[in-house]
Design a protein around this ligand. Structure first.
Ligand SMILES: C[S@@+](CC[C@H](N)C(=O)[O-])C[C@H]1O[C@@H](n2cnc3c(N)ncnc32)[C@H](O)[C@@H]1O
Length: 273
């Protein structure tokens, strides 16, 4: 019998390989629309991060490569890296259909330095449901440091950890789960999927970790990265509650009229001196 915590990489790889098959052409991953030109990225990203034309960009935990494609269309030379081979198969196909070059490498974040060989990057982009799959953020920050060139920048755009203590049914504070990081992680076995509504999974077990904001920032500072930008956002690239409003022309939702505004995503930029 597989022990989810001891074998979390294998458990999560199966979960994500199945997710990749389920996610193709869902509302969150409308691949045909993206091929036709829909921008999957968040509009504030250009404003916050600036131009990437001609830069070498690594997208850690790239899933189906949708955001990766958004960066490539802005002129970055992109490499997508992910644990799930099935996700990368879809990502390669998405790039081929879009006529955009991209390189994809499979493996866990903890092995990215070895698997990417001698490569280093001007930009590392990651987030939108990425960090919660990692057990140890200091280990992650060391990988980011090693893969960045001196002067290179990390751009993290991530779901706000406040979401971990909001009720599942509606955006009401119900702190029955820890806000703070617990190294033991959380094992779940929901047979559903966040993007493929109505799907019943064969692989339902997943292992995740809640990383509070202080833990994220401390992990970066601990390895010597310098924080240069931090922001919180009241919209998000996912609609966990039914009454959320989709922002026009975007893959992004906001709490409806009359609801208090809450921080649903955050973004930060840190550089390697
Ligand atoms: C929610 S997706 C990332 C967000 C992405 N922007 C998207 O399209 O939604 C999470 C990705 O992390 C990958 N992943 C999970 N654990 C990982 C690990 N330990 N190392 C590398 N990738 C991992 C999964 O395979 C999945 O593709």
């Amino acid at each position: 019998m597989i022990d989810p915590r001891a074998d979390y990489l294998e458990v999560n790889r199966r979960w994500w390989d199945e997710a990749a098959r389920l996610h193709v052409d869902t509302e969150l991953y409308p691949l045909a629309e993206i091929v036709a030109g829909l921008d999957p990225r968040r509009p504030f990203e250009d404003e916050e991060f600036g131009e990437v034309d001609g830069l070498d960009l690594l997208h850690l935990q790239c899933h189906l490569g949708t955001d990766t494609l958004g960066w490539a269309r802005r002129g970055a030379r992109v490499t997508g890296y992910d644990l799930s081979g099935e996700s990368l198969r879809v990502a390669r196909e998405l790039f081929a259909r879009s006529g955009v070059p991209g390189n994809f490498v499979e493996g866990p974040v903890t092995e990215a330095v070895e698997r990417l060989g001698e490569e280093s990057f001007d930009v590392i982009y990651t987030g939108i449901g990425a960090l919660n799959w990692l057990a140890d953020l200091t280990e992650w920050a060391k990988v980011v440091w090693s893969l960045l060139r001196p002067g290179g920048r990390l751009y993290l755009v991530e779901f706000h950890p406040l979401l971990g203590v909001l009720r599942e049914e509606e955006p009401v504070l119900e702190p029955s789960a820890d806000y703070f990081y617990d190294p033991a992680g959380l094992v779940s076995s929901d047979p559903g999927d966040y993007a493929a509504f109505g799907a019943v999974r064969e692989h339902s077990t997943a292992v995740e970790w809640q990383h509070h904001l202080g833990a994220v920032i401390q992990s970066l500072l601990r390895v010597g990265l310098r924080l240069e930008y931090f922001a919180e956002h009241d919209g998000m690239s996912f609609a966990p509650w039914p009454e959320m409003e989709r922002l026009e022309g975007q893959l992004r939702w906001r709490l409806g009229e009359g609801r208090p505004r809450l921080p649903l995503e955050y973004s930060l930029i840190a550089h390697r001196p």
